[in-house]
Design a protein around this ligand. Sequence first.
Ligand SMILES: *Cc1c(COP(=O)(O)O)cnc(C)c1O
Length: 462
Amino acid sequence: MLSEHHDEDTQIAPLYGTRAMVDPIPKWQLSEGEMPAAAAYQIVHDELALDGNPLLNLASFVTTWMDPEAEKLMLETMPKNFVDAPEYPQTAELERRCVSIIADLFNADATGDTAVGTSTIGSSEAVHLAGLALKWNWRKRREAAGKPTTQPNIVTGSNVQVVWEKFARYFDVELRFVNMTPERTVIGVPEAKALVDENTIAVVGILGSTYTGEFEPIKELDTMLQALNAETGWDVPLHVDAASGGFVAPFAYPELEWDFRLPTVKSINVSGHKYGLVYPGVGWAVWRSRAELPDELLFHDAYLGEDQITFNLNFSKASNQVVGQYYNFLRLGRDGYTRIMQGLLSTSNYIADLAESSGHFHVISARDALPLVTVTLKNDEHYSCHDLSDKLRERGWIVPAYALPPDADEIDCLRVVVREGFSRDMADRLMEDVTRAVDHLNERPPVQPKRVKHKRSAHHVC
Ligand SMILES: *Cc1c(COP(=O)(O)O)cnc(C)c1O
């Protein structure tokens, strides 16, 4: 967050018993003196009580609960800088095992090649890395053919997460959107085809749209690209943004073909901190083979005669994220992840049933996709999804309201993401509060229903 302070109130003066708590403390400058650790702890702890409760935050895909044993391990490994592989070779080894496990989940063995990958800070870093590799590979193909290399583009649906806009802007790639329609809330295959040309570095398919949880037609995109490449002599690859679905599909829908089984899928990103079930800060980028990684983007460190290759945007980072991911793999195994994903889906389908039978909502999310529920109001004449979201906030529930992306941005919806820790009992409590909020809004509708236009970089859709 880019922070700027413009607050008239410049001091913190909490009224607790100790001296440190009575003296005013500057808020925007470093204070002169020290204070006891207990007092500093209490001040920060109390301020953070103003945040929402993560358990009731149904806006986020990001993990809010882990085993106490995972927390213990992650606390123990916090002092290790991940980048110091020579000093912490076993941490580096755990990353290699995680990459191998993830590549295997994504059926990399089907390629007959050896997949490569890296841990990242969430899918965002992974997307930047994958995007850069795609851009470099495209440029090399163009240079080899003696063609211009000045106008790369990338094709995605307008439901794409903001990180792709960042990638396009930061790295000078034209972003070509297939717009949604009210009937088609994912990318359209013929529509994507129409946008592809010789300067297309990749088409992106999203495994789990943030808006409706739907899986995009990735197999159909692959079929389209195979035919188009054969016809034109181009070599346009497919990248799968599996930030949210990459740890759902292999367990809940093993038959769904979306990964390295499809020949044009060259790289995949996934967020370890979403359905990988790790606290925020970890993602993964995986390529189907080493050949997809241009040498110019890799950095080599010689360590004990061993060639350590890195491909990352940042240098130092905590080790505990990778450790937490490995812990989950070890602890849960395939059965554990499958049981959790099926449990989450049964809860999300239960909420969808309740929402439908309430008579107030249309459910627009798919049941055979991510464990989330997106609804629109059947009648939003007197109050909007935003009013209902605000009303639910009074009870502590964080249920975001937002407009769908263009050209479906006339549609306002509410979304509930089901994560581990959200029980069926909580779902009942939520739906009781929804009913109460709807009744209240029907009895006392706002003077003017709250409308908010689609904001592409909406923070809550993450
Ligand atoms: C969450 C998300 C991202 C961004 O991932 P982070 O792990 O939050 O950096 C990108 N794409 C999709 C589809 C997402 O759901």
